[in-house]
Write a protein that binds this ligand. Sequence first.
Ligand SMILES: C[S@@+](CC[C@H](N)C(=O)[O-])C[C@H]1O[C@@H](n2cnc3c(N)ncnc32)[C@H](O)[C@@H]1O
Length: 404
Amino acid sequence: MYHQRPRAHPTPRRRSPLRAVPGRATPAPCSILDLAAAVVGKADAAHPADSVLRVELRNQRGLPREAAGEVSRAVFAYYRWLGWLEPDAPLRERLRQALELRQRFGAAPHGFSDADLLERAVPGWISGEMDVTARWARQLQTEPVLWLRARPGRGEELARKLGECESAGPGCPGEALRYAGSRDLFRTEAFQAGEFEVQDLHSQAVGWLCAPRPGETWWDACAGEGGKTLHLSDLMQNQGLIWASDRAEWRLRRLKQRAARACAFNYRAVSWSGGPGLPTRTKFDGVLLDAPCSNIGTWHRNPHARWTLSVQDVQELGRVQQGLLAAVATAVKPGGRLFYAVCTLTRAETVEVVAAFARQCPQFTPLPRPDPFDRARGEHAEHWLLPADRPGNGMFVAGWQRAA
Ligand SMILES: C[S@@+](CC[C@H](N)C(=O)[O-])C[C@H]1O[C@@H](n2cnc3c(N)ncnc32)[C@H](O)[C@@H]1O
């Protein structure tokens, strides 16, 4: 099993093992492993592998896109298969083992038993915090799906333009598309023209559940870079107003850039630290708290996080969420709606937050819970959007209405 060595991040930029060579199309596989090893060597709890990878690849000017893709795949395979690697083998050898395991699993997933996956794909402490199923552990080892959200009514047109897109299936709005190609979508004309966002399928479901109406006033309290703000804006047909707040100014700057590209104008971005002093006295028709969480529901996309999170983080985040939910609830107008969403599956960050809220704020009644993927099925009993059911992030959503 993996043991994390606590250590400082090396500050001076090391000379990269793979320098761009003008005219050379594809670097040798050994260079790819060297570059992946450089990323793994620098990543730790304070420096997530995906951020280190981004910086390393940015430093490799002229590195062909396919080679960059191979480096990324090697880094992610390393963390995805870490539980199977020989801890004493040299790092390059472990990377090679990880790529081989990835290939073996892709070719014959049932060559790996449920028991083996349950034991090695996730850290042992997690089973004390949530229900860990073999289906989930298996899903964690597969390559993640890339989901797009086209602008309203433009799904078919976008699928034709980009190619290699599939709709999300019956019951899903046509705007949700699964992209199976290998183009750099951020460089496409369609992206630059604001015709779509990259957004996980279950994150899109949060917007559908909120179902804001044109002309209403909403607060997206932890708006971050605006993934859900932009979705709410589209659902509101750019009418009414969304207050979008976050404590990270840099995230709000990204939100504004994205909103400009998407021509979303019905929002106001404000800083909010998360404390009891709210950014406005406005009372809202709807409030969405897409709360900071342990992100366990995204472990298939970000396997490094499996090995850096702790039980203490989970417990602490549950407490933060309770505080944020109680704070934002005061801004819901009588008869208005409140939604709480997290991309995690632990009890402390989901049902326990909901139970604490029910005790603290009895003036809120739980809303009916339609299945966002099958409206005809009516209400379903749980708030979970599970990755084992659909290839999306693991999420939990709860909604209430304030007494009129
Ligand atoms: C799950 S992310 C939001 C993602 C965003 N809604 C989206 O769809 O793109 C949670 C956000 O909460 C913010 N945050 C973390 N702690 C906070 C706090 N104590 N108060 C307010 N915002 C906080 C983070 O900066 C982060 O942007």
